[in-house]
Ligand binder design. Structure first.
Ligand code: FES
Length: 259
């Protein structure tokens, strides 16, 4: 009962009740041909819009926010290349790389470096974030690895552009012709290889030449890399990167390679 004595009567839901007709469900009328045509037009427009957005994806400067968000606040600046302090690197462990030192850093060798650094070698070495790890390769002699300048080195991202596993430089000669990367007239692997699904990046360009990464459209078929130089004492320097697909690439995404 409402204030003032007014009685409110709700329709009964009891089967057979005389009030059941007032609450019975009335289905909506079927759509007209005009409504169906309009709905199809809207769907086609949506498809065209999504297709246009996807076609623009390679040209979006993802690096301006993707890479920065991964390593925000660490500071991408010019810095010396220092090998992570791992015992497997022997005399090179924890050392700043000098291009004149062919004994500690011989051709056809590789090490992991951290960029950007935390300025604490122990912290850098323990850091498992592959988005700050790069494979520093001193090229084989036939590719100029004995030169005493920065051209003897490349530094590839440790993040595969396929599904983000960590590739490694393979300096060894394949013994099995069926082995991934084997070529009849090629004396050694000397390629950057991903253990997960077999993507192989050609050294020194970093373009994928085999495996799933090689089937991806540019720029998602090349590994991002650092730009290297030397200081006046021959120490290897990492230049401040430009994280977009037309320069150093976008970590975990790719880079355009001139062919
Ligand atoms: S993640 Fe490297 S080949 Fe798949």
């Amino acid at each position: 009962m409402r204030p003032g004595g007014q009685v409110v009567v709700f329709p009964s839901k009891t089967a057979g009740s005389s009030s059941s007709s007032s609450s019975s469900y009335v289905p909506p009328p079927p759509p007209t041909p005009q409504q169906i045509t309009a709905g199809r037009r809207r769907f086609v427009k949506l498809l065209v819009g999504v297709g246009a957005l996807l076609s623009l994806a390679p040209y979006v400067p993802w690096g301006t926010f993707l890479s920065n968000s991964v390593s925000a606040g660490k500071g991408y600046v010019r810095q010396q290349a220092t090998v992570d302090n791992l015992s497997e690197y022997g005399a090179a462990a924890g050392r700043k790389v000098n291009v004149n030192d062919l004994t500690t850093f011989p051709p056809n060798s590789h090490w992991v470096i951290t960029y950007p650094t935390s300025d604490d070698l122990a912290l850098d070495t323990q850091n498992k974030d592959t988005f700050v790890k790069f494979e520093l390769i001193r090229l084989p002699t036939e590719l100029g690895g004995d030169a005493k300048d920065a051209t003897a080195f490349v530094a590839f991202s440790k993040v595969c552009v396929h599904l983000w596993c960590s590739p490694n430089y393979n300096p060894d000669q394949p013994t099995n012709p069926n082995e991934n990367g084997y070529k009849p007239n090629q004396s050694k692997h000397e390629q950057y290889e991903c253990p997960c699904h077999g993507s192989i990046y050609k050294v020194p360009q970093g373009l994928a030449i085999d495996g799933p990464a090689s089937l991806q459209a540019p720029p998602t078929n090349a590994i991002p890399m650092l730009t290297l130089s030397t200081d006046s004492n021959g120490f290897l320097m990492i230049e401040k990167p430009v994280w977009d697909v037309n320069h150093n690439g976008v970590l975990g995404y790719g880079r355009y390679v001139q062919q």
